[in-house]
Design a protein around this ligand. Structure first.
Ligand SMILES: Cc1ncc(COP(=O)(O)O)c(C=O)c1O
Length: 401
């Protein structure tokens, strides 16, 4: 009998053991190569083992690994300054993960209302299909029963409404509301972009009711959609924004960004972290920005995204029994399938292509932002073969029925 794993069995892991990566490719222990369009679920924004990131991490590792936030931590001021220069934000708090960035965002919003004399305003309006992390507050914010079940009472203060339903948002605003929290493009919910009109309407509602608009750009941020942040497509700015994933390029790093006004209540002692803003993370985060902020980088993302969009649209036409719809923005792409999405994920894996399933029967393609047009075409050819296999299978089943 196989020996039982000493790990928590919280993941249905694929039977693949990767040993190393380079760019968009991953190599298994046995030397098989896979095209990685999952990228650690939008984490490896610059692919695997990017030389500039490796150099930054090694360079910092030889100097200083860790320093308490009781001191100035090398790289924090620089990274925060760079982030504030290119966004709406005036202030940044660094974390190790997306969920922690969201916790900071929620706390910042509550604290804002508290500091204004409204401790009763602690409710945040969130959206069906959302995913904000796995801490007790963020599972309550996400509101998904499958993540809440068995973990005791749901953390209070989150009021959920259907995604994109402005009337429902209006109806949910009460004297206890502190803010509205939304992913501009729902990731795990199935690559569902909010419309620009909806984002603008939320901004207006927040202004009218003195609510804070909180964006979760953990997955959609840092160049993923072809703009530095997804909300830029709608022309609005939030008051608070949580980021993670792409900013660390594979090193655990998140951040909560806020305007001076929103962050006003976050005084000394109100919040903290041991590892957040660690020198190694700062070195890598700064190195990621060197590349993403370089001239022409986001243009490259948009160009490659176009190659994907055109290729996927053609596959949708060719395999109507398998592919129902193509959605998303930039390199945050979703394939909605007519068959169970896991079947197409498996068929892609057979073709040595990695993708991630999501809600609403969607498959996520989240390739590294450095993916070339040629690599995109190579991936599309593999999706083509995978979809063809399933189309043939579904035709056979239909013939038997
Ligand atoms: C939109 C969004 N928010 C928050 C999180 C949570 O991030 P983490 O897993 O780093 O805590 C994720 C992770 O998938 C995410 O996609």
């Amino acid at each position: 009998m196989a020996e039982a794993s000493p790990l928590y069995q919280t993941y249905m892991r694929a039977p693949l053991r990767f040993e190393r990566g380079e760019g968009v490719w991953l190599t298994t222990e046995t030397g098989e190569r896979y095209l990685d369009f999952a990228a650690g679920i939008a984490v490896n924004s610059l692919g695997h083992a990017h030389p500039h990131l490796v150099e930054a991490l090694k360079g910092q590792a030889e100097k200083l690994w860790h320093l308490s936030n009781l001191y100035d931590v090398p790289g924090q001021e620089t990274l925060a300054k760079r982030l504030t220069e290119v966004t709406f934000a005036d202030k940044v708090f660094f974390t190790n993960s997306g969920a922690e960035a969201l916790e900071c965002a929620i706390k910042t919003a509550r604290r804002y209302q508290f500091t204004k004399g409204h401790p009763e305003k602690f409710h945040i309006i969130t959206f069906e299909g959302a995913f904000h992390g796995r801490t007790l507050a963020t599972i309550a914010a996400g509101g998904q029963e499958k993540y809440l079940e068995g973990f005791g009472p749901k953390t209070p203060g989150f009021d959920q409404v259907p995604f994109g339903d402005l009337d429902a948002v209006k109806a949910a605003i009460t004297d206890a509301t502190a803010g509205i929290l939304i992913e501009p493009v729902q990731g795990e919910g199935g690559i569902r972009p909010a419309t620009n009109e909806f984002m603008r309407a939320l901004r207006t509602l927040c202004d009218e009711h003195d609510l804070l608009l909180i964006l979760d750009e953990v997955q959609s941020g840092v160049g993923r959609t072809g703009k530095l942040f997804a909300h830029e497509w709608s022309g609005i700015t939030p008051d608070i924004m949580a980021i993670a994933k792409g900013i660390g390029g594979g090193f655990p790093l998140g951040a909560c960004l806020a305007t001076d006004t929103a962050a006003y209540g976050m005084k000394a002692g109100t919040h903290g972290t041991t590892y957040g803003g660690n020198p190694l993370a700062m070195a890598v985060g700064n190195a990621v920005l060197d590349i993403i902020l370089a001239d022409g980088f986001l243009e490259h993302v948009r160009d490659v995204a176009l190659v994907f969009r055109q290729g996927l649209a053609a596959l949708k036409d060719r395999y109507p029994d398998v592919i129902e719809d193509i959605r998303g923005e930039g390199l945050m792409l979703g394939i909605k399938t007519r068959i169970p999405n896991t079947e197409l994920v498996m068929a892609m894996r057979q073709e040595h292509l990695l993708a991630v399933s999501a809600g609403d029967n969607v498959i996520r393609l989240l390739p590294p932002l450095t993916t070339t047009a040629q690599e995109a075409r190579e991936g599309l050819a593999r999706i083509d073969r995978a979809a063809e296999t399933l189309q043939i299978k579904s035709a056979k089943l239909a013939a038997q029925a």
